[in-house]
Structures are given as structure tokens and as C-alpha cells.
Write a protein that binds this ligand. Sequence first.
Ligand SMILES: [Zn+2]
Length: 306
Amino acid sequence: MLASAEWAPFVEGFGPPAAGGKWGKLETLWHGTHLTSALRIAEDRMISGGLIYDGKLRDTRTEVIYFSPNTWGNGSRYGSFQFEINWSTLIDGRSLYWVEAIRDYQIPIYRFLVSRRNVSHLPVQAYDPELDTGPLRRMGDEWYWATGSAAEVVIDEAVPVHDISRLRFDKHHDDYCSEWWLNGKCPEKGWSGSWNAHAKLVACLLGRPLKTLNQLLVEHDILAFGVESALSQVWVRLINGRKFGGSITDDETATQLILSALLTFHAGDTDGARRIIDLIDTRERAERVLLEAIRQRFDTPSFNWS
Ligand SMILES: [Zn+2]
């Protein structure tokens, strides 16, 4: 089938591109991940590609990263974290290719590839966004995407963290999860699962410590909104309601205990983390060293709970 016939249903009745209506301005795309992948990105300082698991590229063993301009009111199937990239960054120096339409899902998908490589061995077709009439269009400096479907742009190389503009703490969908091997048992589902995942991510960033995501989490020396609520979750789970009265009476050891408790919490043992915190003598000390750890790890010396 000719590609032009394949993409026609996605723009049927759309008319020429203009912001609003059925066309959206293509400015920002997201790469959704679960907690484990988000941490791997922090460790690697980049988003690495993975084998594509459906469609034409599956058998070519091409490794790609998925991005999409869609946002879902009910939460994301791809996890509780969204790495945001500007379209201008993603397309810069790369060519655009039509891959395919996938209709196996409830919401049909159209998929494009962006690449700076020679992809002549791949079953894709060069796409001219000014002449071709598919669901991505360019008019002058403005780009548009056809809304109403699931838009996917895959890229066949790693994306460094410094190309990412923001990390959003998001809600995982209540029921649907892309990690099919979890067999419906994804712990991040729904707001409660997502909040827990957010808290575990910041606990690990603090406890390790890992500063590699700071540029995505701190804006003008202020923690992004989702980060502060995640830290509040950590505080509620580990410090709120504790008795204290332990034998540790110095800040240095208390700091070590707090960091160990954060990693224990991250590993899934909340009770164990609380028992570690109980070794500290006073709530005042525990709260002060936690606050200081947050300020140091996120390079936000003036941070305080709002
Ligand atoms: Zn999931």
C-alpha cells in the first residue's frame, strides 16, 4: 500500500493545518517511563534506545526511543515520569520518515522515524512535511500534528539528558500499562502508585546521591512542583509520626542514617527505613539534616518546605 493511502485516514476532513481544531502545534513531545527506567536514565545521563516491539521495525532489530506529543487525561500507560523534549531539538539535523499506521490498538497510532543515519535498509519512506499530506506538517517555521490519534515519533539514537527540557512527575493510568510482562501488576498504576514512584525516585536521587537530573528538576533554584510534593511524600512516610529518642546525637551520623533510610525506602522497605530514622535522637535533628540533604543534592541552598 502506498504510504499516502496509509496515512490518509489520520487527516481525513482535517483541512489545512492551523493551530486549534484538529491540528495541534508540534512543540513539545514526551518520553514516558516507569521508575526503573527513569533511574537508569539518571545513571546513564541519557535515554537509551530499546528494541521496538510492534510494527514494521520489529524484525529489523532497530533500537529506538519513543516520543509523543499526546497527553492523556486519565494518565499515561508508559509510567509515572515524562521526559520532555522540544520538537526543534528532536528534529535538528535529522530527517523525517513515515513508518506506518498501526491499528491494533483502541486508539490508532501513526508512527514516524527521525534519523540522521542512512536508513535505506529500513522499511520506511522519506517524508517531506511541506509537500506530503500526512499527519505531520510544516508551514514556514511552524509544525503541526494531527490530533485524535496516538502520534509516535521514534528516534534511532540515544538522547542525552542535556537535550531534555524537563522531567514531569505524572500520573500512571489506572488500568492500562505498557509493561505487558508485569501481567497487570504494575505498582505505579493510578495516583497512589504514581506518588509512591515519585517519592522513590527522589529518595534514590537523594540517597545515592545522583545529581544528573537536577537540570530537569530545578528551575531558577526552585524545585519543580512535582519534586517538592514527592519530597513531602518522603517526609510523610519516613519522619511524620515517628517517636525518635534514639542514641544518635550528632548531625554527621544522623545524615548518614537519613541517607540510608532513603535508600531502604527506595528499595521498598518502608518499615525498615522508619526503624533507621528512629535511631536519631530528636525530630528537630532528623528534619534539619533531611532539609540540608535536599538543599545540597538539588543545589537549592534556599529550599524550604512551602
Ligand atoms: Zn505501568
